[in-house]
Design a protein around this ligand. Structure first.
Ligand SMILES: C[S@@+](CC[C@H](N)C(=O)[O-])C[C@H]1O[C@@H](n2cnc3c(N)ncnc32)[C@H](O)[C@@H]1O
Length: 210
């Protein structure tokens, strides 16, 4: 029987194959690979804004090739990255090793992360939530992984391809356990994307009630 939180086995196999085939070229997009020093700096400053100065434990959900995982680890935090695609995880491991960062990576379904509740100070997810089924249930499950006062940091968009989610669609299904929700626009700053963009791109941060 399939789990109602997750995709069916067939959907998951299709998604895994799709991302496995794209792993080798994924970092060619400026915001994916963060290869340009200006783009890397922009994302580092953005992420740093929402992080405490002291080390915390962070789960990077759907970490892809690990670009943000490495940014987070370089800022001194303890990072775990999960992704459905073994090829993405392999790229992430190579990237972390090249950057001299110790990061734990697992091939794992983001909709059903196999961690005990209350383990992480922060969950970060960039550009995956919109593609998962059962948004409200996924957000509830992710919130359960947070320590008291921990936070969920989402970077999503509603792109001119027609894909994605409006920020309001996410906020309206947040579980009541999350509070102090802030939506921060990211469309106006081309530094994040390596180009001027005209669609909706944003960061949402929310905190688990103590
Ligand atoms: C657009 S990429 C974003 C990668 C990374 N977060 C970033 O911003 O660079 C989406 C990622 O989600 C992963 N993914 C797709 N479905 C997933 C699932 N059900 N569980 C975990 N990862 C998934 C893909 O393999 C891919 O690496």
């Amino acid at each position: 029987m399939s789990n109602p939180l997750s995709e069916t086995e067939g959907q998951q196999q299709d998604a895994r194959q799709y991302w496995d085939e794209r792993a080798a070229s994924f970092d060619e997009e400026p915001d994916h690979g963060l290869r340009d020093p200006g783009t890397l700096e922009a994302w580092t400053q953005l992420i740093r804004t929402w992080l405490p100065p002291t080390p915390i434990s962070i789960l990077d959900v759907g970490c892809g090739t690990g670009s943000l995982s490495v940014v987070l680890a370089r800022l001194g935090h303890t990072v775990t990255g999960i992704d459905l695609s073994p090829a993405m995880i392999s790229c992430a491991e190579t990237k972390a090793a090249a950057a001299g960062q110790w990061i734990t990576f697992h091939v794992m379904d983001a909709a059903l992360p196999a961690f005990a509740p209350g383990q992480f100070d922060m969950l970060v997810c960039r550009h995956l939530l919109w593609a998962l089924p059962n948004l409200a249930q996924v957000l509830r499950r992710w919130a359960e992984l947070l320590k008291p006062c921990g936070c969920l940091l989402l970077i999503e968009g509603f792109w001119n391809t027609g894909g994605g989610l409006h920020a309001a669609e996410i906020v309206e299904v947040f579980p009541p356990s999350l509070t102090n929700i802030v939506v921060h626009d990211l469309s106006a700053q081309s530094a994040y994307w390596g180009k001027v963009v005209g669609d909706e791109r944003y960061l949402i941060i929310a905190y688990l009630r103590p």
